[in-house]
Design a protein around this ligand. Structure first.
Ligand SMILES: Cc1cc2nc3c(=O)[nH]c(=O)nc-3n(C[C@H](O)[C@H](O)[C@H](O)COP(=O)(O)OP(=O)(O)OC[C@H]3O[C@@H](n4cnc5c(N)ncnc54)[C@H](O)[C@@H]3O)c2cc1C
Length: 413
């Protein structure tokens, strides 16, 4: 516990994963000042990962989505303002604006998240053309899934594939259109992308690579079919657009804060204004796992780690952000877990049984282990996080050797 003597007002804007973590950590770590959490959405703050997983299969009850019950905010003296969009920051007056309302701050934390990229083709506004970021989006998707027989997912990234796998499991005719020649952009190695392609196809999903949408056609205002770049026409009563997200930077840019692929923060999560921090999906931050380059991550790990770190910094214990990046994705019976950043790898070593869908791909840049992608191998993933953060870690030869055990290696390094 770290106490503080001068009472200050901390305002956190954005009541998502990062903002809620920051508020929780501030109270847990002894912040005694005024704490205000403002969020544009009207729901109790909730986690997003189940929206493309258990929420769609109706296995995650609504109550399990909330980070905290309502009483927690009251009991911990967190002033929760929901359904409020902050429209301006007055840095000189240290005040934020919400319509006519003004809220003063001593320290401001921006945790604004990201917004989905929109599809820019004729017909994109038709009923039944959806995207998925919020609980309201997820509810609309769920409703449409009940009645649609033909579904087209635009974009073969994490969210698109998770929804596609669920739709196919529900017996829907599902097609994924991916503009590039492989799935998952540059987030995983070629081998893992190819494995996912084959696994999903074997389960009945249609995946068309190198193909995109040129137009959505409708009848009576609702989508009926997707016209593709290769001249195809695919029937669809539901089109989910999953073509990535852009950081929410508008508010910060208007306030004159530095923007660089997100709100630019230093390794202590400070923006170009010393009274304003920024965390989560909306920021780009120097990252030791990217060789110190400024990168933007969209993951629960990043939001939680930065939420904790910003609380410590506000309480006078700043530390540089150096958490190992990790991520997971559940696609039907495939649990993919990624540790580190494999972008730029020069060599891969695959361990385990690919045919049995239990294996890990170790990605190296030269002799250095930079990323591990594990399929249905949670033990490998946990060990990988430790191996990647170790100063002296395993070489390709050590991993390739018979009898390599990542847990034993993680204990050694
Ligand atoms: C469907 C889905 C599935 C996902 N699955 C996974 C997964 O399996 N694993 C994983 O690691 N990550 C996953 N993610 C990503 C993860 O949820 C995000 O990285 C994480 O939520 C980021 O937290 P954040 O607080 O930065 O942003 P968010 O959680 O998006 O919260 C930002 C909040 O700020 C609010 N806001 C924005 N502007 C304003 C304003 N001006 N005033 C007031 N409020 C504002 C927004 O309304 C939003 O509620 C998933 C995301 C989605 C959408």
């Amino acid at each position: 516990m770290v106490g503080e003597s001068i009472e200050r007002t901390v305002v956190v804007v954005g009541a998502g994963q990062a903002g809620c973590q920051a508020a929780s950590s501030l109270r847990q770590d002894g912040f005694v000042g005024r704490l205000i959490l403002v969020g544009a959405e009207s729901h109790l703050p909730y986690q997003r990962p189940p929206l493309s997983k258990g929420h769609l299969t109706r296995t995650a009850p609504r109550d399990s989505l909330w980070f905290r019950p309502h009483a927690w905010y009251r009991d911990n003296d967190v002033e929760l303002h929901l359904g409020r969009t902050i429209d301006a920051i007055d840095r000189t007056g240290r005040t934020i604006h919400c319509g006519e309302q003004r809220i003063n701050y001593d320290v401001l934390v921006l945790a604004l998240g990201a917004r989905n990229r929109a599809l820019d083709v004729p017909g994109a506004g038709l009923e039944g053309v959806l995207s998925l970021r919020s609980l309201d989006d997820a509810d609309a998707l769920l409703k449409r899934l009940d009645t649609a027989d033909d579904i087209v997912i635009v974009g073969g990234g994490f969210i698109g594939l998770e929804v596609a796998a669920t739709a196919a499991a529900l017996g829907k005719r599902t097609t994924v259109l991916e503009v590039s020649e492989r799935l998952m952009g540059r987030a995983v190695s070629n081998g893992t992308a190819e494995f996912l392609l084959q696994a999903h196809r074997s389960r009945g999903l249609t995946i068309e690579l190198g193909t995109t949408v040129v137009e959505l056609v409708g009848r009576g205002g609702a989508v009926e079919a997707v016209l593709t770049s290769d001249g195809g026409r695919i029937p669809a009563q539901l089109v989910l657009v999953g073509i990535g997200a852009a950081p929410e930077t508008h508010l910060a840019a208007e306030a004159g804060l530095e923007i660089d692929n997100g709100i630019a923060v230093d390794e202590y999560l400070r923006t170009s204004d010393p009274d304003i921090y920024a965390i989560g999906d909306c920021v780009s931050c120097p990252n030791p796992y990217a060789g110190g380059a400024r990168i933007r991550l969209e993951s629960v790990q990043n939001a939680v780690s930065q939420g904790r770190l910003v609380a410590a910094a506000i309480l006078g214990h700043p530390a540089p952000y150096d958490a190992v990046p990790w991520f997971w994705s559940d696609q039907a019976d495939i649990k993919l877990q990624i540790a580190g950043l494999s972008l730029g790898h020069t060599e891969v070593v695959i361990k385990g049984d690919v045919a049995a869908r239990r294996f890990s791909t170790y990605c190296f840049a030269g002799e250095r282990l930079i990323g591990v992608e594990s399929v249905n191998s949670p033990g490998d993933h946990l060990a990988a996080r430790r191996l990647i953060s170790a100063a002296e870690t395993v070489s390709p030869a050590e991993v390739r050797a018979d009898g390599f055990n990542p847990k034993v290696a993680a204990r050694k390094h």
